[in-house]
Design a protein around this ligand. Sequence first.
Ligand code: 5GP
Length: 298
Amino acid sequence: MPRVRPPEVDRVAAARAAVAARRARAGVKQTVANRERTALDVAESAWVGEPSSPESTLRVRELLMSIPSLGPTRADKAMEQLGIAFSKRVGGLGVRQRARLREYLSQREGRSERPTSRLVVLAGPTAVGKGTVSRYIREHYPDVVLSISATTRPPRPGEVDGEHYYFVSDAQFDDMIARGEFLEWATVHNSSRYGTPRSPVDAALAQGRSVLLEIDLQGARAVKREMPDALLVFLLPPSWEELVRRLVGRGTEDAAEQARRLETAKLELRAQDEFDVKVVNREVGQAAAEVVELLAVP
Ligand code: 5GP
């Protein structure tokens, strides 16, 4: 039997309607992302309004991900806790699921009314002095919570395990990835792996304490995806010549490695416009003070 196809005009009309509906849902998500509307308000409107409304036809997961402080991993964890399938739309939730989602969203909104802490990510081109600035902060601002990364690279002279880094083997790093212990991780300079342990960050933020991460660019991007509220700070050298001088002067890398890192630095400098704030590292004390100031929630 020939397949029954709707007339061409109907299909065009249906496609147009689908595009309009998608746009309307995107508009709803945007208002949540901009904090013009709360996710709870969207859900409540879905449950009292038309079943075909953008609020009602929005997927729960999309609604959660539009909340500024919720990234995909947290949203998925919440969906799991709430016992809601990824495909569910807000209007299609059962009574118990609605109650659980309402409770979850009201708790979150109660908490997020006035954030007292924030996650600040300090990144920048190689050799700009991120390490020096973060060391200065560790020594002069003991109240600042500085995340301690895990790395597979061996310690340099003077570096202490558990203070500068957690120095781990490749196998241990693999285990940490498998257990989902990292907020982000990356292979840096094509050699060793570095990762930010997630739980100390979550714990500090939950206690209302701001946290500073000093990580590379890929890591900064990953954190922003995961925690869109994070403030990304780009540390700039006073000039390109000064960056070259710092890289060569450091003397910790051989000539081939220095050349490789300079190439990386050039690429990295191009990323500065992705960042929320730029700090010029003219003098370590001044740059550190500017970064510490950013940790305070206005
Ligand atoms: P170094 O080996 O000189 O201490 O650090 C090399 C690079 O790794 C620096 O650019 C530093 O910012 C970056 N890094 C340190 N910890 C982490 C981390 O946890 N994640 C990421 N993505 N990069 C990191």
